[in-house]
Ligand binder design. Structure first.
Ligand code: ADP
Ligand code: MG
Length: 620
């Protein structure tokens, strides 16, 4: 019995596999195929390119398809037309001994009517790019309402290319009971979000442990003025209410100082460095493992080998002297297949180091901006709303309720909700209202009409106001750009076509030409506008650019409610806070019950003393 047989594949597939010359299954195939054959389950598989993912989903899919039924039973979504065609070819090869099984490719840049005709003739498997698929659905040319399987291949790439909305829309056109199999090389937040939204209890498979961190850690940097480092750290913590992090400083002194300031400002923080006694260090680590400490501020030496799972963020408060050390730091998160984010707070003068690190970790950083006060208020408000929504109710409360109801009897549900969340919201608002925007400097640079310093050898990313609406797919746009700019084959890259606009990259040496030739160029009576984008098109860049350009804003319209928050609540909040404090101990390791503390949002309640009122958005 050969190895493919052992996986449970049937005769016609085994014959095809023999023809293909595959002798042994690859790791992802070995792990995925039996699971997918035996169970009707959702699946998330993380594996780098070239690991044989197509067969990992293709073989079990083909075996599960009913070839005698001509209805569409499976949809495979893939990011590009090439991949779409490649997968289609592979699937056809795998299924060549199965009579009546038809696979059709659906992608942009070719006749949609021809594709629709092929589908109509009976295609059990459709392999599609999201844009064209959406198009076909809108025009009623396909029916995926009864599919049994949906496969998202190269999910990270699809989302990088801005297909998030298309994917969501397509998936919501499929039945609830189908199985979704998601394949991806990396697991950025957006992919995780899709997984969360559209899958239930997926079996998780990860291959290639050598570099396991790289698959699950995403890297971000924030440019700030040196003097704003600490304030930036606080905002990052405030913007991530459930943060569980290791914060790296360069020296023992800085480590101690940052931890002390955080504690003073009401965060659940602790320092870990070599000047502490072994007993002290053990105590700190115990508190960290037990989640009493949410921000562990540490030196590289002291944090070596910290093996705590579920760390959500590694924060490089300062970059290490030796950039190789960065890898050790970021490896503290994204462990055991969990997702993690490694954040670098960086000044402009240190930016070179970011590129150096990118070369070492072979991954791109995403440039982000420190959230504004209003954004943090929004995040906190939603966090609070969710917390209230998910709070477990203890029966003990019952006896108090009649009196409470009486207090609230004159308020409508809407009014009550408004006041309840305002209790916390007002604190953030009054704290952040007067605060300037930390990233203003970086932001100014990006928004400025003056191009940033551009050098030959550096990639430059552009925004251009033409896109799918103008009948471009990425290949056509690339061709158009190459021809119009008289550039060579590989001079235009990372072309991402969106509905009404697109992004692309060239080397900095072509920037002058790009701006000069394209700006004002008329295409079908429309003037082309090109702008230099704020990053080089690394991961997820396009979506952020999109949002940055006034696209849809997620979450609360925080600004609107600002002036309406009822004043009275603020005082009441203050009273309550006072009584809370008096019940608490000041001992940092003996604190409020865990749930309450962990979910307590950013302006951590004063657990030390009321001395530092000015520093954090506390209840006043
Ligand atoms: P991925 O989708 O992970 O990038 P592919 O599915 O495209 O990888 O496979 C990469 C190459 O490896 C393809 O040429 C494929 O035919 C080949 N391949 C896949 N599985 C095997 C196997 N078990 N043995 C030999 N070659 C394989
Ligand atoms: Mg593939």
């Amino acid at each position: 019995m050969n190895k493919f047989e052992q996986l449970g594949l049937n005769e016609s597939l085994l014959l095809a596999i023999k023809d293909l010359g595959f002798e042994n299954p690859s790791e992802v195939q070995e792990k995925a195929i039996p699971v997918l054959l035996e169970q009707n389950t959702d699946l998330v598989a993380l594996a780098q390119t070239g690991t044989g993912k197509t067969a990992a989903f293709g073989f079990p899919l083909i075996q599960k398809i009913d070839a005698e039924n001509r209805n569409t039973q499976a949809l495979i979504l893939s990011p590009t037309r090439e991949l779409c065609l490649q997968i289609t070819n592979e699937i056809k090869l795998y299924s060549k001994y199965i009579k009546g099984l038809h696979t059709v490719a659906v992608y942009g840049g070719a006749s949609i009517t021809e594709q629709a005709r092929e589908v109509k003739r009976g295609a059990q498997i459709i392999v599609a790019t999201p844009g064209r698929m959406q198009d076909m659905i809108n025009r009623g040319l396909v029916n995926i309402k009864n599919i049994d399987f949906c496969i998202l291949d190269e999910a990270d790439e699809m989302l990088n290319m801005g297909f998030y909305d298309d994917i969501c829309s397509i998936l919501s056109d499929t039945p609830e009971e189908k199985n979704t199999w998601l394949f991806s090389a990396t697991m950025p937040a957006e992919v995780a979000r899709i997984g969360k939204q559209f899958m239930s209890n997926p079996v998780e498979i990860t291959v290639g442990h050598k570099n396991s961190g790289s698959a699950t850690v995403s890297h971000e940097f924030y440019i700030v003025n040196a003097r704003d480092r600490y304030e930036a750290l606080k905002r990052l913590a405030d913007a991530n209410p459930d943060i569980f992090s290791v914060v790296f400083c360069r020296t023992k002194r800085d480590t101690q100082a940052v931890a002390e300031k955080l504690i003073e400002d009401g965060y659940n923080a602790a320092a870990l460095h070599g000047d502490l006694s072994q007993a002290q260090r053990d105590g700190v680590m115990k508190a960290f493992r037990g989640r009493q400490v949410q921000m562990l501020v540490a030196t590289d030496v002291a944090a070596r080998g910290i093996d705590v799972d579920n760390v959500t963020h590694v924060v490089n408060y300062q970059l290490p002297d030796e950039i190789e050390t960065y890898n050790h730091r970021s490896g503290r998160t994204g462990r055991a297949g969990k997702l993690g984010t490694s954040i670098v707070i960086v000044t402009k003068s240190e930016l070179r180091k970011i590129s150096a690190i990118e070369r070492i970790i072979k991954q791109k950083f995403e440039e982000k901006t420190i959230p504004s006060g209003i954004e943090i208020c929004e995040i906190q408000l939603l966090h609070l709303a969710n917390k209230i929504h998910d709070t477990e109710v203890d029966r003990e409360i019952d006896s108090y309720l009649p009196a409470i109801y009486e207090v609230f009897q004159d308020l409508s549900k809407e009014e009550l909700i408004k006041r309840m969340v305002s209790v916390e919201f007002n604190r953030f608002l009054s704290y952040y209202k007067s605060k300037r925007d930390l990233s203003s400097q970086a932001g100014d640079r990006e928004r400025s009409s003056e191009p940033r310093e551009i050098r030959a050898g550096d990639p430059v990313r552009y925004f251009i106001n033409i896109g799918a609406r103008d009948d471009f797919d990425w290949m056509q746009l690339k061709d158009f750009l190459k021809e119009t700019l008289d550039l060579g084959r590989d001079d235009v890259f990372k072309v991402d076509v969106k509905e009404g606009f697109s992004f692309f990259n060239t080397d900095g040496e072509h920037t002058a030409k790009v701006m000069e030739v394209l700006n004002g160029y008329e295409l079908n009576g429309r003037r082309i506008n090109v702008e230099i984008s704020k990053n080089d098109g690394g991961s997820n860049s396009s979506r952020r650019d999109h949002n940055g350009r006034g696209g849809e804003r997620r979450g609360f319209g925080g600004g609107r409610d600002r002036d309406r928050a009822p004043r009275g609540d603020r005082r009441e909040g203050g009273r309550r806070e006072g009584s809370r404090n008096s019940e608490r101990r000041s001992d940092a390791t003996d604190r409020a019950p865990r749930n309450e503390r962990r979910s307590s949002s950013a302006p951590r309640r004063t657990e030390t003393s009321g001395a530092s009122r000015e520093r954090r958005p506390r209840r006043s």
